[in-house]
Write a protein that binds this ligand. Structure first.
Ligand SMILES: [Zn+2]
Ligand SMILES: [Zn+2]
Length: 327
């Protein structure tokens, strides 16, 4: 047995030296944490976007028919990473997914939107409309698309033109009263986090087919290229809903739709909510006078006020048929 060590009280100078050392270590740890957070805050958004775009682009380049599958797989993986990062670097702690009692309904809508909505839109528009055009002996539609041109130019063209059409589709569902109910459930959440991005009604996807995909097919865009339009919306839109305190240079808010730009669109203030309709490129908001600059406006609350949408899965799902409110 070891002999008991007699207790020797430390002198005041030893205690104060130890406390001083502890304080210094605390300060160093805090500085280190702040520096790590700042590096994460400024690098996560461009890095996340670049990684996901590269994965989808490589898969799509190797096999143009795999764009949808590659985008789906990377988005699921990316959503899981984003939900983890939201805990480390939250934009708003009270928007945390851990306190959100709507997450099961969010997941339910997302699964229906991505599976049922996307598949129905593909069957009706990409297959049905393409077949109808062939039956009418105009398989290339109006023949306005440069099908023989560089693939890179064609993809860029589909993304840009598709985003222009998506802007008007989004603007219409906000401004035409009978269309608003198919979009309302995307705006009811009182907190934003990564799970709110795909929280859409199934019918909203069919609307995209009618307002975005059909015009693309009619002018002659090949059906296999149309998937790039939706891939671009998802790639930028997933990050735009994340509850992460990104630090993004001010000029980027005018080049791509950032979380700061899109949060304004979710504002409970109807004037702010009826702005920033763009999904990928804010140029449409800038051109058509609906841009709200995130450097001038900070969103305090999100949602709809008054909110007429019921808070039960089936009732919310049926709300496009039962709701008759305009924003
Ligand atoms: Zn909207
Ligand atoms: Zn949104």
């Amino acid at each position: 047995m070891l002999p008991a060590v007699p207790f020797r009280p430390q002198s005041c100078s030893v205690v104060s030296k130890t406390r001083g050392r502890d304080r210094r270590h605390d300060t160093e740890r805090r500085d280190m944490r702040t520096a790590t957070h700042r590096v994460l805050a400024s690098s996560l958004w461009p890095l996340g976007l670049a990684l996901q775009v590269s994965a989808v682009a490589v898969a799509g380049w190797a096999d143009p028919d795999s764009v949808g599958r590659a985008m789906g797989a990377t988005t699921v993986a990316f959503l899981i990473v984003l939900l983890g990062l939201e805990q480390i670097l939250p934009y708003r702690r009270d928007w945390s997914v851990r306190r959100d009692r709507e997450i099961w309904r969010d997941l339910g809508y997302s699964v229906l939107y991505i599976s049922l909505g996307a598949n129905l839109a593909q069957i009706v528009f990409l297959t049905g409309l393409t077949t109808a055009l062939s039956c009418l002996r105009i398989p290339a539609g109006l023949g306005l698309w440069p099908v023989g041109g560089s693939m890179l130019v064609q993809i860029a063209g589909v993304v840009l033109l598709g985003d222009f059409l998506e802007y008007w589709y989004h603007r219409l569902v906000h401004t035409v009263p009978w269309l608003w109910p198919v979009h309302a459930i995307h705006h009811t959440p009182i907190r934003l986090n990564a799970l709110k991005g795909p929280r859409h009604h199934v019918i909203y996807f069919l609307g995209r087919g009618a307002f975005v995909w059909a015009p693309l097919l009619v002018i002659g865009v090949p059906a296999r290229l149309v998937a790039w339009q939706f891939a671009a919306e998802v790639l930028v839109g997933t990050l735009a809903h994340a509850n992460i305190a990104f630090e993004i240079p001010a000029f980027v808010h005018r080049v791509l739709v950032t979380p700061e730009v899109h949060r304004i669109h979710h504002s409970v203030d109807a004037r702010e909510g009826n702005s920033n309709y763009s999904t990928v490129f804010p140029i449409w908001d800038l051109l058509f006078g609906t841009y709200t600059d995130p450097r001038l406006v900070g969103v305090r609350e999100t949602g709809i006020d008054p909110d007429p949408v019921p808070r039960r899965f089936l009732a919310e799902l049926l709300s496009p048929m039962t709701l008759r409110e305009s924003r």
